[in-house]
Ligand binder design. Sequence first.
Ligand SMILES: C[S@@+](CC[C@H](N)C(=O)[O-])C[C@H]1O[C@@H](n2cnc3c(N)ncnc32)[C@H](O)[C@@H]1O
Length: 281
Amino acid sequence: MLKWLKRKNADKSSQPKGSVVQERNFDTKAAIRVLDMIKMEFGLDYERQKAITLRKIERFALKRDIHSFEELAISLQSSGSLKTELINMLTVGETYFYREFEQIELIGDEIISGKCESVLSAPCSTGEEVYSILLYIKSRDRLPPSLRITGIDINTDALTSAKKGCFSQRSVSQLPPDITKEWFASSGERYCIDSSLKKHTDFLYANIFDRDFQRLGKFDAVLSRNMMIYFTDEEKKRALRQLSSVMHPGSILLLGHADISFVPDGFEKIRRRRAVYFKKI
Ligand SMILES: C[S@@+](CC[C@H](N)C(=O)[O-])C[C@H]1O[C@@H](n2cnc3c(N)ncnc32)[C@H](O)[C@@H]1O
């Protein structure tokens, strides 16, 4: 089991003659320390994908001239930028426009009917969820000038892309062609969203488990889709308490289908047409 973890003295043939060969030591005990650090700070539990995740982390470390999990664990404690790079590598998440369209429609209709002026997308990844809401409203109505949609994530590369607003062909493939044509400038395989939509958005770095999470303010609606799949039930409950703390009473919470299998404390479950959501009591 996990044979590769015990691998020591890697192939030295590629080293130039006369150079000092640093011994690799990616042993299990120190590996668990690295995984525990990630779980403690970000809630990400890779127990079920342990072998594949550790292989990715090993490659990440070797590229940076770090030759053991022990050394990596120490470097992660002292270097915030190394931690950011590691999290960026581990959290590349799939997202695309009009994903679970019935939920986008539900939030959009709440905004159009004047019940909702502020939305939090936590996590937003590369921003498709945030812009999907704006595109839906634009396709049906005028955008309320006071509308604010805030996207947060721990992946700084994803946040940079979200701010830029340029997407792949695959990412826009579920959008009705007339919307793509009207709201994106395309060049080759890249689709860049009209900058007039960006003024309703904020993309910020925030960890759902941040102690000062409430600094984000209060929202009328929260989308938290496809993040909790990596959390244990205990962490899901902790994340839901954090989300609840930034929601007004009566506001709505939309989760991904596989995110939780219980009704969060302080919420009631509501089914409207094809969408299921939770209302804060
Ligand atoms: C699959 S994407 C989901 C994007 C979008 N909500 C969707 O459903 O299409 C999951 C995102 O969760 C983010 N994430 C994971 N743990 C997080 C945490 N503790 N705080 C904030 N974001 C987190 C990852 O960086 C990743 O971008």
